[in-house]
Write a protein that binds this ligand. Sequence first.
Ligand code: NAD
Length: 311
Amino acid sequence: MKAVVTGGAGFIGSHLCDHLIAEGHQVVALDDLSTGSESNLEQLSGHPDFELVKGSVLDEVLVDDVVAAGDTVFHLAAAVGVHTIVDKPLESLRTNLHGTENVVEAAVRRRARYLVASTSEVYGKNDAEGLTEDADRILGSPLKSRWSYAAAKGLDELVAYVHGGASGLPCVITRFFNIVGPRQTGRYGMVVPRFVDQALAGEPVTVYGEGTQRRCFGSVFDVVPAMVRLLETPAAYNRAVNLGGKEEVSISELAQRVIDLTGSDSAVRHVPYEEAYGEGYEDMRRRMPDTSLAAGLIDYEPRWRLDDIVT
Ligand code: NAD
């Protein structure tokens, strides 16, 4: 395989590069290093089958050049993290929408099979009691700027499907649910690395709201091989497939688990949502993937437990 990994210097992308190189493939990572980092790829530096191209997926000519050298494209580059999306909503929308258009169109021009990384956020709030016509509620989040992430990812899926269908090329969409692991940074609002950083520094572990919201964290080491297998599985083509873990935990329980596992003497501090995200923010009460489609397609079975991921 001659693989192109957009967002290859990021958290999931760098692990994907490692995996592909270990499997004997050639890899070109394309990344603008906005949230990713060269240090995530230092273990591959100098490897004859690996190259990092620094640049943006918004650069149509560059994207076409990079994709021309590949036969398989994994598109992970995106503006991510609640803080990035809330602070720079327009820039995020542009990256996530036009970046995906550029990458998918280049893949189709070059007849490369492709995978587009999407998100559980496209499901919106799955605990909604009743639906109103309020535009802010479309796709679930009452915070418009965060909604832009889910909306752009939903449209990315559409771009992927439409081109996949029209071109007849193998195309897979993966919807990630709270993926965690080494190299993920807490800087952009990711909860597990933020808790770990706070616990290791002996600072209060800050839980937004009451901490009763429930999440299920999946390991990057489970989802990376699954992405590759899905692109090799014709029954997965032109489908969106959930990928995540199976162990559900409340955010308060998570905070305590992290404190215990790191041997920290930090206390848990509850902070109102408004303090972190501004007025009117509501979080999803529960987000839990059903991964039976992936199980049927590729025998996907998450093996990593939360405690192992944290330690
Ligand atoms: P990440 O921030 O570590 O990775 C994103 C990468 O994209 C970064 O390396 C960043 O520098 C790069 N990037 C951003 N804008 C770019 C641009 N214009 N051109 C080139 N590169 C650019 O985050 P991640 O968690 O590894 O996310 C990877 C993908 O998975 C994203 O598409 C994200 O939306 C999706 N996703 C992740 C999760 C999760 O739990 N980690 C959940 C749902 C979806």
